[in-house]
Design a binder for this molecule. Sequence first.
Ligand code: ADP
Ligand code: MG
Length: 706
Amino acid sequence: MQLDPLVKPRSVAIVGATDRPGPGRTIIESLGRIGFTGAIYPVNPKYPTVLNLTCYRSLTELPEAPDVVVFSIRNPLIPEQVRLAVERGARAAVIYDSGFAELGADGARLQEEIAGLCREAGMPVCGPNCMGILNPPARATTYKQLVMETSGLAGNVGIVSQSGSVCIAMLSDLRRFGISLSVSAGNEAVTRTVDYLEYLIDDPATKVIATFTETVREPERYVAALDRAAAAGKPVVVLKVGRAERTQRAITSHTGGLAGSSRVFSEVLRAHRAIEVTDLDEMTEVLAVCQGARWPRGRRISVVTGSGGLAEMMLDNATAAGLDLPPLSPAERSEAERVIGRITGDGNPFDAWGNGNYAVNLPHAMAVVDRSDRVDAVVYCADTGNDAHLGHPDRVLENVRMLVAAAKTSSKPYYLMGSRPGVMNLHQVKALRESGLVQIGGTRQGLGAIDRVGRYMTAPKPPRSSARRPPPSQLAELLAAKPGRRTINEHDAKRLLAGFGLPVTREHRVATLEAATEAARELGYPVVLKAVADEIAHKTELGLVAVGLANDDDLARAFAQLSARMGRLDPPPADGAFLVQEFLADGIEVFAGVARDPDFGLSLAFGIGGTAIDVVRDFTLRMLPLREGDAEAMIAETRGAALLEEFRGRPAADVASLAAALEALADFAWQNADHIDEIDLNPIMALPNGRGCVVVDALIVARAEA
Ligand code: ADP
Ligand code: MG
């Protein structure tokens, strides 16, 4: 659908226009204030004129087909009016009123009735339950709030919000950026976030896109739009709410329970180069950073300040947030100290007060870090507010002058940062802007915004080349041999995985004690005895795992016990048997798995702690296919990764083999993607360095028939 008539209309009809206060009047006033040059058609059978404009009795009486019709009327009256709008050839509609799908079945029916009419007519619709659309560069508005001030309103930020109140919040702070378009999309009965995204990607006035999203509709189109935005060099900043995990699907594996929709969505955003933020402070700071003439080309930030206290606070915050503040090198340090005097800490944040001659020291500090090839962005932290009660007025622009001078001789982005978000001096903001620099705020939010944009600017690693190999068909064959098979037991799953290069335990599947004893002697004691059957996804709960069996007697006792327990299962497993398996005594238990998200497909999970994972929830996720370097990064990112290093006299674990196993699992899952819903490898034993890792337990859940 063509969005132009909706987002930059040349004529606006207002159904429910009135002289009385309310949206029916506000829109007309706002159109006047924003400098709208097109035709305005008030529609209301009650009045001959509204605000001195000719008022029409009905949409059908308009002298031309309007670009957009806004409906400032209550919802029961809307379907009939929409019908008239379609009849008159209107090209788009804005519906403000609530009481539709957000309220339940009756509202949903009414909404669908309207949406059906508009879709059939090829008419884009904003709403219902929305604030409308504001387009300052086009001097057009159907936004419900009165346009009060137009200077500084137009800019390069495109906003799409499913919440009207978030639109109000975003538009209430336009000190550092203006907007190219602001859409309060409401219930998205017809036109959706992804449609506006598509529009903004092609809109030359838009440089960065900010979205507030409760529900992602049409996930495939959404992801494709993110890719297109990345290719166009326009960051999409995403604030997604509803991040508390609720599992609504039936799930068999541990991984399925861990890879909830919110964690998966974050990974989808990462994989498709969108910038995720968690609140409006973070959002606003990212949009501010994007106003700079230069953007950080990496994530390494150097912070200069004149305060030891601020430096310590920033270091604490930056460390907790995982930000990269590289310390000064010894050479940089001695060059800095030559002029400044003694520097405390590791020089980042860099307390450049030194001998107190700040007019010399601060520029020198910035010159030193600017020359470092380990620094992507330079920040100067100093607080000033508007209408300050204290401080010499002449000093306000001194910091700006110093920053501008430093930035002039550099190719890196420079920022002035206040220690709180939202506190700033507008004279500074304006003076910085004139030199292509920006004010940011909040040691977490401001520095975090540089980090996010720096990550956006770092080209993503390519997908792993092996991920593109054609799929082999063993899994498909296995499933075809037994129609309706949903879970694939440990033994069969391991055979499949071994075919992909995953190291698995040496083991034998047996039915009798004689065969078990022979297998144990062949493997060498100690061994493990387990029940194995497709129907038994989790064995320990049923007492069907016996570890550390040292000899024939132990084995016989365990065999008798497990046989009895298996015999009591109701219903009894159809193909129940036993596994005799090598016992791995000196490994660290980790887990890896795959889960399918109904919207976004397969993800890979990795965590430390084997069975404790459900409680500890220390795990990382990536969407498939994996990219180069993902496997190593996943392992390093888990909090428990330290357990894999040398620890209390225990040797370091074989992390390289773990990474290789993760890649093999990812390849297996990706190449069999059509047939897999979930995989659990839990545990994988990470053995001491040089001895690899071994998959001890495996479960594959085949894809449920759609
Ligand atoms: P479940 O179906 O209950 O997950 P597992 O096969 O994972 O069964 O076994 C349960 C636990 O027993 C494992 O998490 C691991 O701690 C231990 N275990 C199982 N097999 C072995 C083995 N071959 N070597 C060492 N420990 C094992
Ligand atoms: Mg297990």
